[in-house]
Design a protein. Structure first.
Length: 166
């Protein structure tokens, strides 16, 4: 607990996200995917087509990544959890063109003005807001979009209890 004691309240809250890496197998088993219609709509609004480079912030074990790859997008997936990335790599080995960056967005080396869209599925809140918005904007080409995707309200049997509680 000495590690947490020296942290600011905001930094401490953000560090709680590391728990997902500690339970990567369970996270992978229980985390719902995102509806195809939602991802199709985000791609349509962004005007992105097959072959477009996109950045995904917080890929976890690849739920959204898989959907992006199915649409023929070239994905750079940033994820700080090494166990989560290992699961994503195993799931997506033959799924398409994906590059994993094992780092927090705040620390990731990303090419400027390169991505047509930046996606984050239920994960943007783990990133330092003083840094995240600027990093996402810097990574986007002119006219690129930021797509924040959430499964809140999704009719998903595995998370029905959580949805009712919320």
């Amino acid at each position: 607990m000495t590690y947490l004691a020296g942290m600011s309240t905001t930094a401490r809250r953000r560090s709680y996200g590391t728990v997902f890496d500690e339970v990567a197998d369970e996270y992978d088993r229980h985390r719902p995917t995102y509806p195809d219609v939602l991802i199709d709509r985000a791609c349509e609004v962004a005007g992105i087509e097959t072959g477009a480079p996109v950045l995904e912030i917080g890929c976890g074990t690849g739920q959204l990544t898989r959907s992006l790859l199915r649409r023929g997008l070239r994905v750079t997936a940033v994820e700080p959890g090494p166990h989560l990335i290992a699961r994503a790599r195993a799931h997506l080995a033959e799924a398409g063109e994906v590059q994993f960056v094992n780092a927090r967005l705040e620390d990731a080396a990303l090419p400027p003005a390169h991505f047509r869209a930046v996606f984050s599925a239920s994960g943007i809140h783990w990133i330092d807001p003083d840094v995240s918005w600027r990093r996402a904007a810097d990574a986007l080409v002119d006219g690129g979009i930021l797509a924040l995707v959430s499964y809140f309200g999704l009719d998903e049997p595995r998370s029905a209890t959580d949805q009712r509680a919320t």
